[in-house]
Design a binder for this molecule. Structure first.
Ligand code: F6R
Length: 260
């Protein structure tokens, strides 16, 4: 895994946005895998700025979101549909027909999930998957003990994740128990993974995911097995990494052709 440590979340987000803009520039019909939550808000703001100020074109881009709460309709303010429209889609020139977000209201969830996987395959797979990380190490909503080969399916949130996400719902007891999430196998099939993590509350999960053993008990650790995984961290999220100085040196001395 490539570990890129920046002084602030803003700088890390700007850098990740530049990498994604470069991918879209090289492949205008790129397929993006998208995450929600507090972490990628600045990344989306920067992509919006690149669209508005520098003409970054999303008209041929296709997107697949990682997850959605079961039982929330798209117009529920805490739904990930609402989040994506608020923070990203309504500000860019994406074709609404190319947006895919799991349907939390699906009446037949297994069949919906199978179709979601087929749709990703039909688009040629995900070029770049954006990820946040839970304080318990989840990616997507693949909680600890999720199969490392899992595909899109229903999952049950841990008490810790429901408590972490309580502010979006006005109390942990109001956070749904169930979600639809792309699986770890689904995520691992993408051609590049960009993991973002900011803040001290992510330092432990980052330490265990980057430098610990690969284990289903720390789902993000599976990214160690991904051929092109890049972790964009701020200083506090990186604060428990034993090799932080080495990662910084590597990034600062990248050959020119590897820079983005
Ligand atoms: C959301 C998602 C989750 C979040 C994670 C971190 O689509 O996939 O894995 O990335 O729960 O959430 P924040 O960024 O709110 O700390």
């Amino acid at each position: 895994m490539e570990v890129i440590i920046q002084p602030t979340p803003e700088e890390a987000s700007r850098l990740a946005a530049r990498l994604i803009a470069g991918i879209i520039g090289a492949k205008p019909d790129a397929v993006l895998g998208l995450a929600t939550g507090r972490t990628p808000v600045m990344l989306y703001a920067e992509l919006v700025r690149l669209h508005q100020r520098e003409g970054l074109d999303f008209s041929r881009v296709t997107t697949f979101n990682l997850d959605e709460y079961v039982g929330l309709s798209p117009d529920h303010p805490a739904s990930y549909h609402a989040f994506m429209h608020e923070h990203f889609f309504r500000h860019i020139n994406i074709d609404p027909g190319r947006i895919h977000i799991p349907d939390g209201m699906a009446s037949d969830i297994p069949s919906f999930c199978a179709t979601y996987e087929e749709d990703i395959r039909a688009e040629g797979g995900i070029d770049v998957q954006i990820l946040g990380i839970g304080t318990d190490g989840h990616v997507g909503f693949n909680e600890p003990s999720s199969s490392l080969a899992s595909r899109t399916r229903i999952k049950t949130l841990t008490a810790r994740t429901r408590s972490d996400n309580a502010p979006d719902f006005g109390g942990a007891d109001k956070v749904p128990h169930h979600v639809i999430t792309a699986g770890i196998g689904t995520i691992m099939d993408s051609r590049m993974c960009i993991l973002l993590a900011f803040g001290e509350n992510k330092a432990d999960a980052i330490n265990r995911s980057v430098e610990g053993p690969v284990t289903a008990m720390m789902p993000a650790s599976v990214l160690q097995m991904h051929p092109v995984a890049k972790a964009f961290l701020d200083g506090t999220a990186a604060s428990k990494l034993s090799r932080a100085n080495y990662y910084k040196w590597v990034y600062d001395h990248k050959p020119e052709w590897q820079r983005f």
